[in-house]
Design a protein around this ligand. Structure first.
Ligand SMILES: [Zn+2]
Length: 454
């Protein structure tokens, strides 16, 4: 009641001050630091208008929120800046003038800010989002390369005999993979040009051990932990969040894959932050992943629904109404997580060329079948075959991609299993067994002009 009176009073004051903007109350404020960008998300109970500008010496970004009071929730977010946040040093919140609250974000590094609003979606009300990306465009690419280099530092690579590699020359079979970020970068002169092409480190020396490759070359598996950050994914009756379970299983998957001879895993996200669906695909392509596995936990309105399922992309509509519903539900991740529409549109126009994905889908179905067979040994299957629908995250035109619904988080019994470390390990092992089985039946083709021995 008191709060209502306060709101009424501030409305009256606003009216008296001649402000046309409606007052918006702050419902929540969240900070999401991550290795890739930092996000500040403020949720309101109504639409909000704002002004944004930058100040120098020191570098700051200022947001002036109109019709907003510097409420406790906003003031509290200032105290939540993590010391390890790469981009935000501090946040200050104060009333700038009647009816205007000013948020000053002190920066630790040069950033590219993206500030945008989101309409109510899922459980969220109106949101104002500020994403701070590193100013240098290649930082993320560098991180990706460093991750791969770290993973492969023990691997020795050598150029295939009689196939001298030229900088920037792609093998015909790989021509469909655009590599603008890599191609644009000059290699150090003493470094063999092949090193970057295959995404492996060439130490320039050969192993003394006899080469007995399990596969012809290093296989890179992109593991995608579904959801993250602002997008919690599905929730269990006992409070589990899909985003936490997917990350935990993804990390276990990476652990097993990295211990597997001639395989290395790359995690599209390794923390609790939101990653747009197209970004997940694009990262997998940047590391030239051989396979893409997106890890999820299913949910249904009826709590008795149970079992694991595996999905592939469909070009011609979904294989069932349930698969169609699920794809729509998973694709909503971008709306809940919050994508800056302006940027997404540019991405769609520039890179989502409508390539035929028939070959990718055929391979994805084979992979899905192999994985489903293995999962069938550790959990009941929701459907005995791989289903298909228009999942945005499975749209890499050149990487066989599957989405694994590890179990139903909405089923209390399965929610318990999903939180069980032993089950998570078993699930991860089953997926890896399926991947190995897939490669036994479909050996990987030579990548570019490089063969790797171990
Ligand atoms: Zn999901």
């Amino acid at each position: 009641m008191r709060r209502t009176l306060e709101i009424l009073l501030s409305l009256v004051l606003l009216a008296l001050a001649g402000h046309s903007a409606l007052a918006a109350g702050v419902k929540a404020a969240r900070l999401w630091p991550s290795p890739e960008y930092s996000r500040l998300a403020i949720e309101f109970d109504g639409a909000v208008t704002f002004k944004q500008f930058s100040l120098k010496n020191p570098e700051r970004i200022v947001l002036d929120l109109e019709g907003v009071e510097p409420e406790t929730i906003l003031a509290e977010v200032a105290g939540k800046v993590a010391p390890q946040d790469l981009y935000i040093g501090a946040i200050r919140v104060a009333r700038n003038r009647p009816g205007v609250t000013r948020i000053v974000v002190e920066l630790k590094a040069e950033v590219r800010p993206q500030v945008f609003t989101l309409k109510p979606m899922g459980e969220y009300g109106h949101r104002l989002v500020m994403d701070l990306y590193p100013a240098s465009l290649d930082t993320i690419e560098k991180q990706v390369e460093n991750a791969i280099e770290r993973a492969e530092k023990k691997i020795e690579a050598r150029a295939e005999p009689g196939q001298p590699s030229l900088p920037g020359a792609d093998a015909p079979g790989q021509a469909k993979v655009p590599q603008p970020d890599r191609a644009g970068k000059a290699s150090p002169p003493e470094k063999p040009a092949t090193t970057e092409k295959a995404g492996v480190v060439d130490k320039g020396e050969k192993s003394d051990k006899p080469a007995r490759p399990e596969y012809q070359r290093l296989i890179i598996i992109a593991i995608d932990a579904g959801h993250g950050g602002e997008d919690p994914g599905a929730k269990g009756a006992n409070g589990s969040r899909e985003k936490d379970i997917t990350l935990s299983i993804a990390r276990r998957l990476k652990g097993i894959i990295d211990k597997t001879e001639s395989m290395r895993a790359y995690l599209t996200r390794d923390g609790d932050y939101f990653l747009p669906l197209h970004e997940r695909v694009s990262k997998a392509r940047k590391v030239q992943a051989d396979l893409f596995v997106s890890v999820h936990a299913d949910a249904f309105i009826k709590p008795h629904a149970r079992g694991s399922s595996v999905f592939a992309l469909s070009e011609k509509g979904a294989t069932s109404a349930a698969a169609k519903w699920l794809a729509k539900h998973e694709n909503d991740a971008d709306l809940i997580g919050g994508v800056n529409i302006a940027v997404k549109d540019i991405y769609l126009k520039q890179t989502l060329i409508d390539l035929s994905q028939t070959a990718q889908i055929a391979d994805s179905l084979k992979l899905g079948k192999a994985v489903l067979e293995e999962i069938g040994d550790i959990n009941q299957l929701h459907k005995p075959h791989v289903e298909q629908a228009g999942f945005a995250v499975l749209k890499a035109p050149d990487i066989p991609s599957i989405l694994v619904e590890t179990a139903f988080i909405s089923n209390p019994e399965e929610e318990k299993r999903l939180n069980d470390e032993a089950y998570q390990d078993k699930m991860a092992q089953a997926i890896v067994n399926g991947i190995r089985r897939y490669f036994e039946r479909n050996p990987p083709l030579a990548r570019n002009k490089l063969a790797v021995t171990f």
